[in-house]
Design a protein around this ligand. Sequence first.
Ligand code: HEC
Ligand code: HEC
Ligand SMILES: [Ca+2]
Ligand SMILES: [Ca+2]
Ligand SMILES: [Ca+2]
Length: 510
Amino acid sequence: MSHNPAGQKNWSVGLCNFPEDIFKQTSFDKESLVRHLMTRFSLFTFLFAFQFLLFSCKKDEFMEEIIKEPRVLAVEPGEEILGGRASVIDISPNAFGFQSPGLEEFDQLFFFVGNSFFNQNWVASPASTTARDGLGPFFNARTCAGCHFKDGRGRPPSFTGEKGTGLLLRASVPGVSVYGGPKPDPTYGLQIQDQAVLDLDPEANFKIVYADKTEFYPDGTTTTLRDPMYEITEFFYGAPAQDLLLSPRVATQIIGLGLLDAIDEQTILDLADEQDLDGDGISGKPNYVWDYAKNALSLGRFGWKANEPNILQQVADAFHGDMGITSYLAPEEICVGGFDCDEIPNGGDTEIDDDDLGKVELYSSVLAVPIRRNWKNEEVLLGKALFSEIGCNKCHVPKLKTGKHYRFDALSDQTIRPYTDLLLHDMGPGLADHRPDFRANGQEWRTPPLWGIGLFQTVNDHTFYLHDGRARNLEEAILWHGGEAEATKEAFKALPLAEREAIIDFLNSL
Ligand code: HEC
Ligand code: HEC
Ligand SMILES: [Ca+2]
Ligand SMILES: [Ca+2]
Ligand SMILES: [Ca+2]
């Protein structure tokens, strides 16, 4: 009988493996096991059960109860080190802003150059400084850090008209571009830029209206979710195509990205089960997206729909789409259809040169992952076990190994705990944006890594989760899960309150 890491229903398997499992754990926390058992069962029951355990291996409901607890409360050696060697101990408001230890000396210096490009405000041309001009003409924010504040999570605007907080609207029309991706709107392209230079009108203004949605627990309690509606209040350059599709997205924390980049493609593909051949209701599908440098489709890893193949291209597209800064990978100024952008001064042929772009790529690749807090706490250990028992781990895969990073040895061959499979999952109609993005359909999203999510409050002073920040806390984030995650969500809802809280505690320890 094989070890059953997911701790699924088959308790009798766990029972037979119980002693063996324990002794495999080198740093198994025996004390906490015993303490836990003692609080739940009398010593008598404990010994009685143990006798059975040693001499028999029958399916027995009584023993199934007993065995559930002990096999799960183990501290796994190194589990707090989420990013392997690329972890940092700092858990202050600056926790997301450190470089990974072990970089070459010159890369350590380039990190600071990248950092300043990431944080500086770009200005409109012509300007006295040619090193950071070329903003716009249409853009969403003046600086990367405006959206990725402290390298962390953006949030939706808190009032209509608040700009540059980290939420942007991708746009397209039904159909497929020549590259197999979203088809641009003839006027507004692939993104709504809600700011512009000089006294130009931006492309559009939008507002978000939230409706209440009540979620009922089997125990009779309820929670109210907020269901967003995105409305363009004004298009300044004429009507868009009739079936304009919008996909709201918030800026993600950018820690540990080089590690995700260093995972072998095969490792990710091995997690995919597109046709759900194992019949567990969960598929997992790789996205394949256009890679400018290769001039071919590549496995997508970054962005909420795994819509970017690598960090360099993600960064070039961010400069281009979010700030209007051209580069060798995205050389054409973003303009509104029917408008003549040649009239507007720009910052030269490429507004950020190849070298500097490379430094921002470096910066975005090597930000370290902060270590966990409270990982030995009993509630947290229980939450960790439940996370796997109810199947959260099927998408949020706890542990992976990196292969060889193409550039930074410090990121190679690491055991990491990102809690993602980097694959697309159908999350149901509740989260749907109805906008396809290469192979991702309008209900599919990439499993986001969960490392760092317990630090948003500390770093970013908010706790908004999910692709558009609609969830105001972790409980709401879970309750929005549907589609392939529906059964897991129902299992979560069916847990007693204390166990639901243990899962939240666990998430907050990441
Ligand atoms: C207007 C807000 C905004 C600005 C400005 C911005 N970003 Fe982003 N960033 C986002 C959003 C939104 C996403 C998710 C994009 C998606 O899903 O398509 C993202 C994603 C990323 C990612 C991928 C993260 C992941 O987890 O997959 C990286 C890297 C990144 N941005 C770097 C940058 C850099 C570098 C800059 C400055 C050149 C920048 N961003 C500017 C909003 C912004
Ligand atoms: C079928 C795959 C799947 C399963 C199962 C699943 N998730 Fe998720 N999870 C996702 C995807 C995909 C998203 C992103 C959805 C979105 O933003 O619209 C997500 C988002 C989240 C987020 C928000 C992350 C962020 O960065 O904002 C949390 C927290 C989370 N999941 C926790 C859980 C927990 C706890 C469970 C088990 C109860 C679970 N998930 C089960 C796929 C899954
Ligand atoms: Ca420009
Ligand atoms: Ca646009
Ligand atoms: Ca499956």
